[in-house]
Design a protein around this ligand. Sequence first.
Ligand SMILES: *Cc1c(COP(=O)(O)O)cnc(C)c1O
Length: 400
Amino acid sequence: MTPEANAVTGEDYVALENRYTSGVYGKQPIVLTRGEGSRVWDVEGAEYIDCTSGHGVANIGHAHPVLVETLARQAGRLVTAPNGFYNPQRARLLRELVRIGPSGLERAYLCNSGAEAVEAALKFARISRGRTKVVSTMRGFHGRTMGALSATWEKAYRGPFEPLVPGFTFVPCGRIQPLEEAVDENTAAVIVEIVQGEGGVNPVPVEYLQRAETLCRERGALLVVDEVQTGFGRTGRMFASEHYGLEPDVLCLAKAMAGGVPMGATLLGPRVGELPVQAHGSTFGGNALACAAALATIHIIESEGLAQQAALRGNQLMDGLRRIDSPLVREVRGMGLMVGLQLKSHAAPYLAALARPVDGVGILALSAGSTVMRFLPPLVIEEEAIELVVARVAAVISER
Ligand SMILES: *Cc1c(COP(=O)(O)O)cnc(C)c1O
């Protein structure tokens, strides 16, 4: 028995958190205390294959020894280094981001989350273009702060907070004609994901992305690609833009960027131009601890070939899920280890069933919308673990 279990039970922690939390999250009653690689453990010691990665964050796996060592070393040296001064970790990370980013991106702004990376993109697009309109996509998700929320489609997220930032229009994702009609001489930016994550794991058609790129060039807008979820190896390439040779003017990154330490970045191409001093800023953005963590994370992704792993294991997972013969399954889709299984009914009961440990091991997965089971495992997930995931998904679907 672990010392934590002696002190307080899982039920106690659930009650404690429920008592004091803001209440903005739906939760499963599982108290996570530890992780290693593709696995996490709860306070009672039950093991889970983690197909959430903390919402696509733990791409390098939990408690990676190189990240652990880097964090300890950097924490003992310097955690905060304000942006009014210089710092070796930040300088190196900025260079690394430009090196690994899609071609054409040459500078970066550092922040602490996906929504902040999107906020920066929107502000930079406005100030760079001297225009205020933004074209976004139906079912797109870009974050919960007021600017990022304005670019987010889902009515349930937006509705209670309207009026939002003016100037946003939404076009059907994948259809060229409405896009052509929406982008005009007042458009500062077109913002798009490569695979819509929260919106249901929908890969965006390549023709749409390529047309958005040329339209932006022709009409003087910036192409903002939101790779907050698809970045850092998740889809089988370092960035999903690479699959299509896209050259975004602005690239938004976060989630897996620093191995779980909160961090975001907005990468900028030449069409953004010079940004005035004081145009934007962040107290924590580019702190030395997060920069060191991101440097280690990028090194791990490259040296362990994790993008290639994501492609291999992702194909294994999608093939396996597609072989499940059930009238309940509508579609399996995705890219790399960003995989969605759409059901003909609500996903929540199946996700709860999947989490229940069988022979000591449960499986944690996410939803995306109400009917999609979403799998975002660490890219280090083993072949046998994927096999088990497929078998267990098949079992919970046929049991009900
Ligand atoms: C998660 C996500 C965001 C928001 O990131 P936060 O760190 O939660 O603010 C933005 N865009 C996409 C595509 C995301 O998946």
